[in-house]
Design a protein around this ligand. Sequence first.
Ligand SMILES: [Zn+2]
Length: 454
Amino acid sequence: MSVNITFLGGSGTVTGSKYLVRHADQCVLVDCGLFQGYKQLRLRNWTPLPLAPDQVDAVLLTHAHLDHSGYLPLLAKEGFSGHVWASRGTKDLCQILWPDSGHIQEEDALFANRHALSKHSPALPLYTRQDAQQALPLIKAVDFGKVITPLPGWKATFSAAGHILGASSILLEVAGRRILFSGDLGRPDDLIMNPPDAAPQADTVLIESTYGDRIHPQDNLLSELAPALARVAKRGGVAVVPVFAVGRAQALLHAIHLLKMKGEIPSSLPIFLDSPMAVHTTHLFENHPGEHRLSRQDTYALTHSATMVNSTDESRALASRHGPMVILSASGMATGGRVLHHLAHYAGDHRNMIVLTGYQAPGTRGDTLAHAAQSVRIHGRDVSVNAEVVQLQSASAHADANQLLVWLRTMPEAPSQVYVVHGEPGPADTLRSRIKRELGWRAMVPEHGSTWPT
Ligand SMILES: [Zn+2]
């Protein structure tokens, strides 16, 4: 009997990853992510899936980022009650990310109701913090390299993908077919994460293509960050750094620590990490020493080189401090979170700086800032942007196009089909044509909602 895959998200976009694998009457969902960015994408979160949630038998998660895991609380709220298989790191991170996501959904609904922004009255959250907490016990932790049986007749093996703590590639085997999901792949030269494991043999591969048309510059994070922070420190300004709480916040903290040690930026430059989630995640590096490059001393420095800001009062107090200082705060694409208050407060002054640290999805405020906008809309008002905007090219937690091809080449034999996913249309198609031309493999970019055999 055949095995097929339906692309329910993460095709033609970097968000909403959901791949439904069906065999006989069994259904396994690989990744269960939220759509983010443009409103027409976010609206897809409200469109019911083409099958009832209780028809999904099991979910496998490649990693905890919400565009891969953040739909799960809704799936569970609507009737899914199977197991969610995830690496230990992913399980730990979901405990932090899901309740926070529920909280943000509640806040957004409150905001919409208060300002009568929604056509629906009252506006409802996609799910609440409580829904998220109720979904957490479904997660079952998996060790890298161990074969698990998510359902009778199905096997899955997780390997390290080097993108964030817990990030995995997943090999799924059913009915004699081997399907490999790359997940988000880290870069082999990442400052803090270990390189991705080699790809195992598979018949079908789904590969991400976030940077399918880009090659990362030779510059490293340190050489890019040093002059920017030295400049803002010299003019007494404030650097606001929107960070991805999970992953890049820690890479930046480590880079800043190294720059201070080398004397390339003043050792007295105050650094604040204003994101309870990022603070929490930073501590998790101590529990997963096998996945990253940081020594025990580095890990210690990571948690001690910045002032950790937890309460909202402490966060608000930052607004009355003078520069120079650096504030790292989530979210990384400035779509929400505390960083919005700092941007609203500091973007107007030309002495200040906004440092963008990674991929900025189209339609997000981070993307607007990256395109030299003169103003940006925050909490219903236009904030003028006079601060210097710096976009780091080397802070990405994703492999570039060449590194994606290198990873594919680690497969012992050519697969019969590659599906290029998790990319905007341009990057996805560029990677598809390189796979065809340089590897001679069959590759295609599946349409959203389409079903293909494996
Ligand atoms: Zn990710």
